[in-house]
Design a protein around this ligand. Structure first.
Ligand SMILES: [Zn+2]
Length: 272
């Protein structure tokens, strides 16, 4: 595989992975975008549209003046095909990970608008998307514990909210509406704050994160009745998600796999 090869291999190359048609939510979200599913987030979009009309909002995906999430961006998110994302190199402890989209464009803008600018209304469409990734990791299973990667308490205070927990809760609600037995588990805690990961190599990231998370002992017995899935928003080198898998595994909690909204592509080395 050349230097410009995809950082994450497409699911189409993974014969053991269910194909897009196996994800009923993809269709359901698309229906919601078309506005036929009044019980889904089209209702939220309508309410948000009214607020935006009054306050002069912009689409979180494309910055077009108007609603918080325009139909084009909603469709772009809803029609993404989930795939198995393996960073290269694969960090030790990392379990098989499903991503909904490559990190960029609409999904990146939405994640950042929700995370950094507290546009809480985006939690639901993002949660619906994360639910599709969770289904991909679950395969034929119908039950799971969802463990979000923890944020440092100081980061949560600074932002004023915990974006990943909010999206994970939305994903769990979405899956329960579809008949899944899915619960969120606040099992992981950040025991120290790693330095900023930006600009660090995969190796340095792994070293920076080693021992950063711990699994709360009271969860060790509870998380044995159904599979455990680690969830995060973005997979880059995989070291953060791998550290979460490690923290659970050393407490005797086996992790089935991981689910993320988006995964980055490997950058081609400069000059090539
Ligand atoms: Zn848009």
């Amino acid at each position: 595989m050349g230097p410009k090869a995809a950082f994450c291999r497409s699911i189409r190359a993974d014969p053991g992975f269910p194909q897009a048609g196996a994800f009923p939510q993809v269709g359901r979200i698309a229906v919601a975008v078309r506005g036929r599913d009044r019980g889904s987030w089209s209702g939220w979009l309508l309410r948000d549209a009214l607020v935006d009309l009054v306050l002069g909002g912009r689409c979180a995906g494309c910055d077009r003046p108007g609603v918080s999430l325009c139909l084009d961006c909603g469709r772009a998110l809803a029609t993404s095909t989930p795939y198995r994302a393996w960073p290269e190199p694969v960090p030790s402890w990392l379990r098989p990970t499903t991503a909904v989209a490559e990190y960029g464009g609409v999904v990146r803008s939405m994640i950042l608008a929700h995370k950094e600018h507290a546009r809480y209304g985006l939690a639901r469409p993002l949660g619906e998307s994360l639910a599709v990734a969770i289904q991909g990791t679950l395969g034929s299973g119908r039950a799971a514990w969802l463990c979000p990667v923890p944020s440092a308490p100081s980061t949560v205070r600074q932002r004023g909210h915990d974006p990943l927990r909010r999206i994970t809760a939305a994903a769990a609600r979405s899956l329960r509406r579809d008949g899944y037995d899915v619960r969120t588990a606040d099992a992981l805690t950040a025991v120290r704050r790693p330095q900023d990961q930006a600009g660090l190599s995969a190796e340095r990231r792994a070293a920076n994160l080693a021992g950063a998370f711990s699994a709360r002992s009271r969860w060790a017995e509870r998380l044995t009745d159904q599979p455990v899935i680690v969830v995060d928003d973005v997979l880059t080198t995989g070291s953060t998600v791998a550290e979460a898998c490690r923290a659970l595994a050393v407490r005797g909690i086996p992790v089935l796999g991981c689910a993320v909204l988006a995964a980055t592509r490997r950058r081609a080395p400069s000059g090539s």
